[in-house]
Design a protein around this ligand. Sequence first.
Ligand code: GLU
Length: 310
Amino acid sequence: MAAPRGRFAPSPTGRLHLGSLVTALASYLDVKSRSGQWLVRIEDVDQARTVPGAETDILRSLESLGLYWDGPITRQSERTTLYEDALQQLAARGLAYACSCTRSDLASLPRSPDGETIYPGLCRQGARPGELPPAWRFRTDLAPTQVEFADEWQGVRRQDVAAETGDFVIKRRDGFHAYQLAVVIDDAEQDIDRVVRGCDLLDNTPRQILLQRVLGLRQPAYAHVPLVVEPDGTKLSKSRRSVAAGALGAAEALHAALTLLRQPPPDDMAGAKPAELVEWAVSHWQPQLLAGLRSIQAPAGGLGSGGVSD
Ligand code: GLU
């Protein structure tokens, strides 16, 4: 059997922070403990959110942490033809349609618990001509949309996409393809077997599985990593949005991330270099310790709140 392939797919919207380091490390350990390949894909499909310099910064941080990737870096901004081909294929099959709804048209529609519009298909019969180009939505009324999958760490998940998100956007009005479509095409095209990423994407996964089904693409294994939160349970603060740079900072950051992942290095590894810590972690990786964990609390102050930034 071919070596499994995993990936880390950061959006270049800022620096690597304690939360994204935990995700990067979990995906690296997951696939390296299976003697697989770890790819890095820059998810800059949303060019409006891309921050100049963030990509270089993230890649330098990964290198200083000893997290070396296999193969070339890929960038979604260079792969839009692939996404457009998939969109055209769906449209030709009647599974995608143009939607001219504006923000104010959507304002009164019901929303899911995470605040996303549940779109009832208002433009299925045709978009109204408008000044702006239309968005493109995936039709959820033509085939079964019940999705069930077994997340390796979060257990069995079920969602009826039609009821919980409705016809979702696969290309936005600003011309950028939606993450849901891009990620499915990329994971398939890059032969990704294992998708290890943050729990904030757990509820997006059924939409992606639905697209895989209709496009005839293989479904990778999914394992969602708990989100790192502040000790009071709130979102990670801005002051923790930078990790790694110098060798000492990198070792401390790895130590902190491994501790958050419930695999603290033993005391005799104090003073170990990043590469030694990563090697230890690969051979001692125990993912079962993360089972059912949705969030993990960052230590109060200290690491990740400035101590390891450059
Ligand atoms: N680009 C996404 C993020 O930075 C991750 C997407 C994925 O791993 O599927 O949150």
